[in-house]
Design a protein around this ligand. Sequence first.
Ligand SMILES: Cc1ncc(COP(=O)(O)O)c(C=O)c1O
Length: 372
Amino acid sequence: MCGRELDYVKKAFESNYIAPVGPQLDQFEELFSEITGLPHCVAVANGTSAIHLMLRCIGIKPGDLVLASTLTFIGSVAGAKYLGADLGFIDCDYDTWNMDIDVLEKEIESLLKSGIKPAAVLPTENYGQPCDVDRLRSVCDRYEIPLVMDCAETVGATYKGQHVGHGVKAAAFSFNGNKIVTTSGGGMVTSDDGALIDHARYLANQAKQPGWQYEHHEIGYNYRLSNILAAIGISQLEVIEQRVQRKREIFNQYKDELAEVPGIRFMPDVSYGVGNRWLTAVMIDEKEFGVDNIAVMTGLEAENIESRPIWRPLHTQKVFANCRVAGGQVAESINRQGICLPSGTSMSNEDVTRICKTIRSLCKTRSLRETG
Ligand SMILES: Cc1ncc(COP(=O)(O)O)c(C=O)c1O
C-alpha cells in the first residue's frame, strides 16, 4: 500500500456505496483511462473474469479455437474454457519470453491448411514484458483473426511510447494482490471500441436490460468490481510511475550485483518498449552455475527468502493433455531453469544485496568459490 488508500476508502464509506457501483468505481475507471490513454474500460472482479468477459465480447463460443501462450498462468486461458472453446498453445521465444510470433504464424498457416480457422489469438505479456503488438497484429490481420491481449502483469509498461493495451481488439489487466498495483482483487477490460466495452459492462452487470424492471435477454455475470476496492485502486494508480521505477531499479540492482556470477541469465529487455519488471525473472544454467534452479530456490528458502518458479507451461498440464501445442521446448526450458526472485517494491537495497549474497554463496563453480 502507498499510504493514501484509507483516505479513499473512507470517501467510499462516506458515499455509502458499499456496492459494485459508485463514485470511486467511476473515478478508478476514469483514472485508468487517463493514465493509460486507453479510451474505454470497465473494472471487474479480477483479471480472470476480465479475460473471460473480453473473449465473450469478441464472440468466442463453444468449439472455437483460441491460440494462447503456453508460458503463462492458468487464469489467462480459463475464460476460453468457460466459454466452451478449445485451446491451442504457442511457444515463447528466448528474446522476450512472450509468444513466439514466427511459431504463431506457422501454426495459423498449418491450421488453415487443415480447414481450421482460429477464432482469436490471446498472448500473455509475461512478468511485465510488453509484446510486439505491431508484429502480432500484422500476422493476425493477414488472416483476419482478432487479437486480444492478456496484460494482467503489465500495468505501467509501455509499447512504442504508449501504455500497453493499445492496438489490439481488447486487453485485460489484473489488480490481484501480487500485482504491481492492486485492489486486493480486481481487473479491467479495455478497448478502443466503446461498443465492446458497453457490452462488457452490461454482461458484467448480470446482462440487465436498461430500465428498472429486472429484464434479461441473455445470461451475464456478476463481475463488477466493488466500489470499496476501486477506492484502493485509485490511490494505487497514483503511484504507478514510482512503482515501475522501483521495480526496474530492483531488476538493475540484481543484474549489477550478479553480473560476475556464471550461469545466470536475466529475462531480456526488449527494444520496442519498456517493461514494468513486475518480477525479476532469471534462468540458472546448471552447468555454469554448479547447481540447478531448485537448489537455488531451496537455498534461498533456508535463508527465509521466498522465490517462485517460472510458470509451468500450460501444454504440460494434465488438464490440457488433449490440446494442440506448437513448439513448447523454449517454454519448457525457461520453466526448467527459471526463478522469479523477490521483487516487492517495499524491499530495501540492503534486502536485494542480501539475496544476491545468498545466490552467490549457492554458486558451486570454481571461479566464484575462488573469488568468494
Ligand atoms: C498472466 C496472467 N493472466 C491472468 C491472471 C489472472 O488475474 P487474476 O488473478 O486477477 O484473476 C494473472 C494473475 O493472477 C496473470 O498473471
